[in-house]
Design a protein around this ligand. Structure first.
Ligand SMILES: Cc1cc2nc3c(=O)[nH]c(=O)nc-3n(C[C@H](O)[C@H](O)[C@H](O)COP(=O)(O)OP(=O)(O)OC[C@H]3O[C@@H](n4cnc5c(N)ncnc54)[C@H](O)[C@@H]3O)c2cc1C
Length: 336
């Protein structure tokens, strides 16, 4: 049994920063994540994309932000159970929580903070009958490292920001040898400036844009060789390609957390914005996983939520101790 002060479910950016804020209050944390590495969406979906709205960082790659958060949390020696989804939660007679993972690892603490983001997420896959035959043999649903596509021919499908941004990135930085963007409509859902940029790049021959069309078939032996695109009016087009990357977003699913007796609204956990507590005393929810009026799914909002949640957790763990806010500039960071 792993024992700690706070069990944090989800080692995304918000879970990691919550470790730091808890550490300042001398509370020890243990993080559980179903993914094999920390960082949540930042590491899994867009590690090489720059983020521009982290205070104090005009631009930071998502992967670098996670490295920095890990370094910032390190003095407080958080424990990690990685590659295991938290499956169930039980209460002991002493009022503590026991969180058990799919592999049976047990964790005990008086406080649980759920920082589960989008939950256990899965990419939306296009309905192509043999797509699974080419997974990791030319078909990828997430671009983790753009350099993987160096000098390769890539067909990207989708009409949102992810498809637009990656098409621009791979073509503009001359990473991929050829970029074809396929979208079923003639209008895009992404940011207007990204849409305009893709149109301009298509006119300059940097991206081949195929709209009002869908990828309907894949061919190859052992690995992908050809992508078959069906155009709404002109019929079938065969495109020689090394990679097919459908970027249709993620299926948000709370997973096991949905069955823990928490108040759920629109696939997210309802919280009290006083301290981001849930309807179960001792369980908090911070970051993308929670919902309240005016909620914004942004990293900086999650940082604030985690900070307030640990203040409330401190009061629950030490009801007789008064916590006085101390600036880090005055006290520094006193690790464990
Ligand atoms: C392409 C893209 C670009 C973005 N750009 C920006 C941006 O510019 N600025 C910005 O502020 N935000 C941006 N975001 C949103 C930002 O990434 C999220 O707001 C942020 O990741 C939320 O952090 P989190 O820690 O709450 O959750 P997540 O990052 O989703 O991490 C949650 C973690 O919990 C784990 N988990 C869930 N359920 C369980 C379970 N039962 N057991 C164990 N582990 C579990 C998951 O595996 C995951 O690792 C972007 C998102 C995407 C997809």
């Amino acid at each position: 049994m792993i024992q700690t002060d706070i069990i944090i479910i989800g080692a995304g950016p918000v879970g990691l920063f919550t470790v730091f804020e808890a550490g300042l209050l001398k509370l020890k944390c243990h993080l559980i994540d179903s993914l094999p590495q920390p960082g949540g969406q930042c590491s899994e979906i867009y590690p090489k994309k720059p983020i521009y709205d982290i205070p104090g960082f005009p631009s930071v790659l998502a992967g670098e932000l996670i490295d920095n958060l890990m370094e910032q949390a390190a003095p407080f020696k958080p424990g990690f159970t990685l590659g295991e989804a938290a499956l169930s939660i039980d209460k002991t007679e002493e009022g503590k929580f026991i969180v058990t993972t799919v592999k049976g690892t047990k964790h005990e603490a008086p406080i649980v903070i759920i920082a589960g983001g989008l939950g256990v997420f899965e990419p939306r896959k296009p309905p192509i009958s043999n797509i699974s035959d080419f997974e990791d043999k030319g078909v990828e649903y997430i671009i983790k490292d753009p350099e993987f596509y160096k000098d390769k021919r890539c067909v990207i499908a989708g009409g949102g920001d992810s498809a637009l941004d990656w098409s621009i990135y791979l073509a503009e930085n001359k990473i991929a040898k050829e970029v074809v963007l396929v979208h079923r409509s003639s209008s895009f859902r992404g940011h207007l400036d990204s849409v305009q940029k893709v149109i301009d790049m298509a006119e300059n021959g940097m991206i081949r844009l195929v709209t009002e069309a869908e990828v309907t078939g894949l061919n190859g032996e052992g690995k992908l060789k050809k992508v078959i695109v069906t155009h709404q009016t002109s019929g079938e087009i065969q495109i020689e390609s090394d990679h097919f990357i459908p970027l249709f977003g993620l299926k948000p699913s709370l997973g096991p957390i949905a069955d823990w007796g928490l108040e759920i609204e629109k696939s997210a956990i309802k919280v009290n914005t006083l301290d981001y507590s849930t309807n179960i005393p001792g369980i908090y929810a911070v970051g993308d996983v929670n919902t309240y009026e005016n909620k914004l799914k942004l990293i900086l909002c999650g940082f604030h939520e985690g900070t307030l949640a640990v203040q409330s957790a401190f009061a629950r763990i030490h009801p007789d101790k008064k916590n006085v806010l101390k600036y880090t500039t005055v006290n520094g960071v006193q690790g464990f």
